[in-house]
Ligand binder design. Structure first.
Ligand SMILES: NC(=O)c1ccc[n+]([C@@H]2O[C@H](COP(=O)([O-])OP(=O)(O)OC[C@H]3O[C@@H](n4cnc5c(N)ncnc54)[C@H](OP(=O)(O)O)[C@@H]3O)[C@@H](O)[C@H]2O)c1
Length: 273
C-alpha cells in the first residue's frame, strides 16, 4: 500500500456532503450516524421508505447533534428513480457510499423486469455512480465506497439474472458482491484522472434483514460493520488509494479486480440496462 500523506487535502475544514444508500438498514444507518458524528459533514440518507427515513434522520440528529442530516426518497433498483434524484440534486457531493442491497429468498423482478438482486445490488451501485459521476468530479477530491462482501463469486456473465440457472439467493448474492468489486475496478480507472477514488470493502458480519434472508445472523454490531466504510470515506487512505478491496480497515487480497477484460465486459453489459 502506498505511504499515506497525512497532509491530505481532505482534512481541510470545508463542509463535505456524504450520500449513503440503504441508510435505514443495519449497517447503512450506522454508517450515516458515524459520518454525521464527524466534524464538517452534511449527511444525506437515501431511503426507499419515507417513514423509516424520517425516523432515521431524527435518530441521527438526536444522537450526533448534527442538524445537517436529511433524507432523499429513491428506489435504487430503478434507473429512473436514481436519475430523478441526480436531476434534483444541487450542490456538491464528496462521498457516495453504495450500500443498499437485498437477498430475497425467491426470484423477484422489478417493474422493469430485471431480477431484483441484480437490479438493486449491482445496477443500483452502477447507476448511482454513473448518475453522480459529474457531480463527484466537480466536487473533487471525492470518493465512492462500495459495500461489497468477502462472500463473493459464481458470476455468470451469460446468466446474470438467473434466467437459465435455478435461482438461489445465496448464489445471486455472491454474484452481486463479485460484480461490486469488478465494477469498483472499472470506475476507479475511469475516475482516477479526476481525483475521485473508488474502493470496495467488506463491512463485517452483522445481524440484519439481508443476512437473515441468507440464513445467517451476525457476530458484529452495526457500528463495527460501519467502521471500515467510514474509514474509507473519511481517512487519507480512502483519498489516496483507488480500485482496492478492504476488510477490517486493511487492504485485502482480491481475486476479482485484476481481470480487467472481464470487468470491462461486465461494465459494458451494465451500460446496456
Ligand atoms: N449484514 C452482513 O453481515 C453483511 C456482510 C457483508 C456485506 N454486507 C453488505 O452490507 C450492505 C448493507 O447490508 P445490511 O446487512 O445492513 O442489510 P439491511 O439491514 O437489510 O439493509 C439494506 C438496506 O438497503 C435498503 N434497500 C433495499 N432495496 C432498496 C431499494 N430498491 N432502494 C433503496 N433502498 C433499498 C433497505 O431499505 P429498507 O430499510 O426500506 O428495507 C435497507 O435500508 C449490503 O450491501 C450487504 O451486501 C452485509
Amino acid at each position: 500500500m502506498a505511504e499515506i500523506d497525512m497532509t491530505s487535502k481532505y482534512s481541510d475544514s470545508r463542509n463535505h456532503v456524504a450520500l449513503i444508500t440503504g441508510a435505514t438498514g443495519a449497517i447503512g444507518k450506522a454508517i450515516a450516524r458515524q459520518m454525521a458524528a464527524k466534524q464538517g459533514y452534511e449527511v444525506v440518507l437515501l431511503c426507499r421508505n419515507e417513514r423509516k427515513g424520517r425516523e432515521a434522520v431524527q435518530e441521527i440528529k438526536h444522537a450526533t447533534g448534527n442538524d445537517d442530516v436529511r433524507m432523499e426518497l429513491t428506489d435504487v433498483s430503478r434507473h429512473a428513480s436514481i436519475q430523478s434524484l441526480a436531476d434534483r440534486w444541487t450542490g456538491e457531493l464528496h462521498v457516495l457510499i453504495n450500500n443498499a442491497a437485498v437477498t430475497p429468498r425467491r426470484r423477484q423482478e422489478t417493474a422493469e423486469g430485471i431480477e431484483l438482486q441484480w437490479a438493486t445490488n449491482v445496477l443500483g451501485y452502477f447507476w448511482m455512480t454513473q448518475a453522480f459521476e459529474e457531480v463527484l468530479k466537480v466536487s473533487a477530491p471525492a470518493r465512492v465506497v462500495n459495500i461489497a462482501s468477502y462472500w463473493a463469486g459464481d458470476l455468470d456473465i451469460n446468466d446474470l439474472e438467473f434466467k437459465r440457472r435455478r435461482y438461489n439467493n445465496g448464489t445471486a448474492y455472491r454474484q452481486s458482491k463479485q460484480a461490486n468489486r469488478m465494477l469498483t475496478a472499472v470506475f476507479a480507472g475511469r475516475l482516477s484522472p479526476f481525483q475521485v477514488t473508488v474502493n470496495a470493502c467488506h463491512p463485517g458480519d452483522v445481524n440484519s434483514a439481508l443476512s437473515n434472508d441468507l440464513g445467517f445472523g451476525g457476530h458484529e454490531s452495526p457500528d463495527q460493520g460501519a467502521r471500515t466504510p467510514v474509514w474509507l470515506a473519511t481517512s487519507p487512505v480512502g483519498e489516496q488509494e483507488t480500485g482496492k478491496y478492504f476488510e477490517h480497515m486493511r487492504e485485502a487480497r482480491d481475486r476479482f479486480m485484476a481481470d480487467k477484460l472481464a470487468a470491462e465486459a461486465l461494465y459494458e453489459v451494465c451500460l446496456r440496462y
